[in-house]
Design a protein around this ligand. Structure first.
Ligand SMILES: NC(=O)c1ccc[n+]([C@@H]2O[C@H](COP(=O)([O-])OP(=O)(O)OC[C@H]3O[C@@H](n4cnc5c(N)ncnc54)[C@H](OP(=O)(O)O)[C@@H]3O)[C@@H](O)[C@H]2O)c1
Length: 206
């Protein structure tokens, strides 16, 4: 499977490393352009390439969004995402790090409005990047691994993302629909920012 990664910082860069290690081909993009990504892709090896955001979307069967949520309108045009499985790892913070109040809406629902034909899955939102970098435990059974939460309205897309999460050595836990499951993953929720095994997570969200 080919994976596009938009955002090459803490989360995008760390996820790209894990994807490559698990055998996936990855195209990574940032805002400054492919030439600024040379050292990252060199460190990732031959399965990784640098790309523009548009190229990363076209490349990926799955595309991870890992840029600041407040900059989501700068993403490539919505029609480019049509039919693709998109993982939204973005959390709604302002430029000074304050959580943005979206009223009745949730951050991934706002992302879905920008790409209405995408198969959007919220995922990778609650785990800090350091835990993502160091917490992979492929030898352990899934329920004993650290959990990466997913949410969304497309069951098949969620199954693909769940398999990807297991492929990189974590356990996936489905928190529900894009709206209600997404809300369960928001900043301030009981599962946000806490490294939890699948077993521990199920105790909290049941
Ligand atoms: N940090 C965490 O532990 C963590 C955990 C879970 C979720 N998240 C979420 O993941 C997202 C990324 O966080 P981060 O900590 O990885 O941020 P970061 O280290 O600051 O990296 C942000 C990346 O996004 C790129 N970017 C910004 N605007 C862009 C645009 N318009 N088009 C393409 N690329 C763009 C930046 O590229 P340039 O450097 O070229 O501008 C940079 O590579 C955020 O939404 C955050 O809420 C973070």
């Amino acid at each position: 499977m080919r994976i596009g990664v938009i955002g090459a910082g803490h989360i995008g860069g760390t996820a790209a490393k894990l994807f490559v290690k698990a055998g996936y081909e990855v195209a990574v993009a940032n805002s400054r352009g492919p030439s600024s990504l040379t050292s990252l892709v060199d460190s990732l090896g031959p399965k990784a390439r640098a790309a523009s955001p548009e190229e990363a979307v076209k490349f990926g069967e799955v595309v991870l969004l890992a840029i600041p949520w407040r900059r989501k309108e700068e993403l490539p045009p919505g029609e480019l995402f049509a039919g693709k499985i998109i993982i939204d790892a973005m959390n709604p913070y302002s430029s000074i790090g304050q959580s943005i109040d979206l009223g009745k809406s949730t951050s991934s629902e706002e992302v879905a409005k920008l790409m209405p034909k995408a198969r959007l899955v919220k995922g990778f939102n609650t785990m800090g990047w350091k835990t993502l970098e160091t917490g992979s435990r492929p030898a352990d059974p899934p329920q004993d691994r650290l959990a990466i939460f997913i949410a969304g309205d497309d069951r098949e897309a969620k199954a693909v993302v769940a398999k990807l999460i297991e492929g990189i050595g974590f356990g996936s836990i489905d928190t529900g629909s894009l709206r209600e499951g997404g809300r369960r993953q928001e900043p301030g929720s009981p599962i946000y920012g806490r490294p939890l095994t699948g077993r521990q997570a199920r105790e909290i969200i049941r």
